[in-house]
Write a protein that binds this ligand. Structure first.
Ligand code: HEM
Length: 504
């Protein structure tokens, strides 16, 4: 053997020894920590390909396409337990629907878990860093950019919602003809959210929708679809070269940049006026508030798109789900309408909407029955303990290690018979009487990363439900199918929300 071969052989042996010793030390430290905290192991999912976990990825993808994922994931939790272990991209992932574990991940030990290692770079080139792709200081900075606006907007922007709702009314048939409310609610909330975020509505509810707004949203939806493909390609995402996708990103950027320029100009004027606001404009616009804190155009573009992304269609799906349930339950409709009509002609303020008790129960029940958020992954940033799910009785604590993953499932949590009772699959707002669930009901997540739009979403959903009830005496389902999942940002009704409306 030549000298070079000897050196290579020696180097390789040293490397193998190093890896083996490091693994041994690591295993010992893992076992010691486990013992210290009385931890057990979780039940393991029986992978047919246990190294990367491709079998489960393929299975999940097929079930999403076949619109049976929610049923199947519930089935898996029923078989392998409320906390179990799978392999995800070659690493251990703990899947859980246990409120105690979710509380530990989102609340008590939130600092041990993050999103950045999972999401960094995924949204590029649509946006770089934003609130939902970062952890630590940058996430805190992103959160501080939007917090003041979100804490006031639900109280102040109802006039704008009414303006767009009136346009929606024009499009609703008054002769009992069948109408699909889901796409119309999508347009309603798209028009209000673009106005709130960018300062200019996409105006998609107009009989002749503004071309610019239509093009923007068509391009945005195309970009979101392509992002899904790029995510699946992982590090090979450079292979994704669809020219229409890159053109769509350019159109989205151009739309947003135009509004950033307007907001920056407005801020310049505001400063020249000694910092006083335009007296005539009572709306809260997120971009206008952001430019008070940063004038960096690229940062503003990333930050505002990172907020627009989770706003797309989510509130619309919630309201469509409410009407899906109301159209099938005349007793609930009648009780709710009685409470709503009792309000009379009082202005529909944030406080008034909150005070209609049965309405709040209906909204909660819609969140519970048809969760818009389902899987929520986290990367473990530092070794941490989950309170339950280990050992033969699945009740011992579980040690999770830096670099591993957690995935908590909100849909399964909201469908857990042990929490909600044997009628868990029934839409029954009355169950909310006297109920104050803590970590067992988390449609908006929990802890420091709770959805900042929680109040805004529930207020807008309440407002639109009340206004529909004031305008229509009856709503009847014109849909032969049960609620069936379909996937975009999260699950929504595959067959929409087809109803017939009887004017009041
Ligand atoms: C029915 C409507 C909605 C539901 C159920 C919902 C649910 C959620 C949930 C569960 C999270 C936390 C995810 C996690 O912990 O990983 C979240 C985060 C977030 N949501 Fe929502 N959301 C809704 C609508 C909206 C809207 C309309 C907006 C914007 C206008 C929005 C903006 C955000 C943002 C920016 C975050 C990230 C917060 C952070 O990481 O600090 N959401 N949402």
């Amino acid at each position: 053997m030549g000298l070079i071969s000897q050196v290579i052989a020696l180097g390789a042996t040293a490397l193998i020894l190093y890896v083996a010793i490091t693994k041994l030390i690591d295993k010992r430290s893992y076992e010691r920590k486990k013992q210290q905290h009385g931890c057990g192991e979780a039940v393991k999912y029986p992978h047919s390909e246990p190294f990367i976990g491709i079998d489960l990825l393929v299975k999940d993808a097929k079930e999403h396409t076949a619109c049976i994922y929610l049923e199947e994931i519930q089935h898996q939790y029923a078989i392998y337990g409320k906390t179990h272990e799978v392999v995800f991209l070659g690493k251990r992932m703990i899947r859980t629907m246990e409120p105690k574990n979710i509380q530990a991940v989102l609340g008590l030990n939130a600092k041990d878990y993050g999103l950045q290692p999972l999401r960094e770079g995924l949204a590029e080139p649509l946006f770089g860093h934003g609130i939902n792709t970062t952890d630590g200081e940058y996430w805190q900075y992103s959160r501080s950019l939007i917090k003041p606006t979100f804490s006031r907007v639900e109280i102040c922007n109802l006039a704008s919602l009414e303006f767009h709702f009136k346009r929606l009314l024009e499009l609703l048939p008054k002769d009992g003809a069948t109408v699909d409310l889901q796409p119309l609610f999508s347009r309603l909330f798209l028009d209000t959210s673009t106005e709130f975020l960018f300062g200019k509505s996409a105006d998609t509810l107009l009989p002749l929708p503004a071309e610019e707004g239509e093009l923007f949203i068509k391009s945005f939806d195309y970009v979101m679809e392509g992002l899904g493909n790029r995510v699946r390609l992982g590090r090979l995402k450079f292979l994704y070269r669809d020219p229409l996708w890159f053109e769509s990103v350019r159109i989205v950027h151009a739309f947003v940049e135009k509004h950033i320029d307007v907001a920056l100009e407005g801020e310049k004027q505001r400063k020249m006026n000694g910092g006083t606001e335009d007296e005539k404009d009572h709306r809260y616009i997120l971009l206008n508030e952001m430019v008070k804190q940063t004038q960096d155009k690229l940062d503003l573009r990333s930050q505002i798109l990172a907020v627009f992304m989770p706003s797309r269609d989510t509130t619309a799906f919630l309201v469509a789900n409410i009407f899906h349930a109301l159209a099938r339950n005349s007793t609930i409709w009648t009780r709710l309408r009685k409470e709503v009509m009792a309000v009379g002609s009082q202005p529909l303020t944030f406080e008034l909407l909150k005070s209609i008790k049965y309405l709040q129960w209906v909204i909660n029940e819609a969140h519970r029955m048809y969760s818009i958020s389902d899987n929520n992954p986290r990367c473990v940033l530092a070794d941490s303990i989950l309170p339950t799910g280990g050992g033969p009785d699945e009740k011992s604590p579980l040690l999770v290690r830096k670099g591993e993953y957690i995935n908590f499932n909100i849909y399964c949590l909201h469908q857990d018979e042990d929490i909600w009772g044997p009628d868990v699959a029934v839409f029954r707002p009355e169950r909310w009487e006297g109920l104050k669930p803590f970590w067992s009901f988390i449609p908006f997540g929990g802890g420091p990363r709770t959805c900042p739009a929680q109040q805004l979403v529930n207020t807008e959903a309440a407002y639109v439900t009340v206004r529909m009830m004031q305008e229509f005496a009856k709503v009847e389902s014109r849909d032969e199918y049960p609620w069936t999942e379909q996937w975009r940002i999260g699950p929504h009704s595959k067959y929409g929300c087809k109803v017939s409306l009887t004017p009041a």
